[in-house]
Ligand binder design. Structure first.
Ligand code: A2P
Length: 270
């Protein structure tokens, strides 16, 4: 193991009481800006697909914690995360160097609004994301409950470059062989777009919804509150803009204690 890896590997400080210390199982780098990793799952850790947890590294007495959406489904034996690499980011500048066997800290309490319970019943579910905002949806599309509740699921991700779409594209392609999802994967449609590299579909998610192009491409009517539900995850600017697009279609924001027709979550990075 090289020096860059070992400096985050072993807990140099006592592990705080309210956190789990878990072991990195695998790491995959997709681009210079994006990577995914899996850690062991503590037996007592329960969460709902779509929720987030605070994670950190045992490399300081007071570790830096950041909120990360759990990308794996609630039934999975491991926990998966999909992360950006921020230059000089207090957590990600170290986190991007983890290797199998290293320790990752995870606070014990998951939370979040991107859960099926926060939405009223509907026919179609739109999962709208940019960049690493796709992570909670990577969890939800691997959860059979999503397909029990909705007849059709539309997963949208806008990224700068084509290679940034690899994570979700491969995940969705593998779903039909997933023993728990199986045939229900036929209910899922993936719609990916890029903004800074030429690809078959280009443009921001917000623009494609406003212009109607997204619905024309999918052969669907525009979003309507009678049939459609939505979840949004991305940067703060993306959240605000996508939220106003959904509101223009007549959808209303909900929460865990007040289910409605769409919910929003910030993709925290740093
Ligand atoms: P763009 O290339 O036009 O900025 P980032 O990696 O910066 O988080 O961006 C991920 C994707 O989200 C990019 O394709 C970016 O498009 C897009 N994006 C950034 N801001 C918004 C916004 N306010 N609404 C919709 N999409 C956005």
């Amino acid at each position: 193991m090289d020096a860059a890896a070992t400096h985050v590997a072993r807990p140099a400080y006592p592990i705080p009481e309210n956190v789990f210390a878990e072991t990195v199982v695998s790491v995959r780098h997709y681009t210079e800006r994006l990577f995914a990793f899996r850690i062991t799952r503590p037996a007592s850790f329960r969460f709902r697909s779509g929720e987030f947890v605070m994670i950190g590294l045992p490399n300081a007495e007071k570790p830096v914690f950041r909120a990360y959406s759990i990308a794996s489904p609630a039934w999975d034996e491991e926990i998966e995360f999909f992360s950006i690499k921020v230059e000089n980011g207090p957590l990600t500048e170290h986190l991007q160097k983890i290797v199998p066997g290293d320790t990752v800290l995870m606070r014990r309490k998951p939370t979040g609004t991107l859960v099926l319970d926060a939405l009223m019943p509907g026919r179609r579910l739109y999962l709208l994301s940019t960049g690493t905002g796709v992570a909670p949806f990577a969890s939800l599309v691997r959860d059979p409950e999503t397909y029990e509740k909705f007849e059709e699921v539309i997963l949208v991700q806008t990224c700068r470059e084509v290679a940034e779409l690899t994570y979700i594209t491969e995940l969705v392609a593998g779903l039909k062989d997933d023993p728990l999802v199986g045939d229900a994967a036929g209910k899922l449609r993936l719609y990916t777009t890029t903004t800074r590299e030429t690809s078959p579909r280009m443009g921001r998610i917000t623009h494609l919804m406003r212009s109607g192009q997204l619905f024309a491409d999918l052969g669907l009517p525009p979003i309507a509150p009678e049939t459609d539900r939505a979840m949004i995850c991305g940067s703060m600017a993306m959240l605000n803009e996508t939220k106003s697009v959904l509101e223009s279609f007549g959808l209303v924001e909900g929460a865990n204690n007040a289910p409605a027709t769409f919910v929003v979550e910030r993709a925290f990075v740093g």
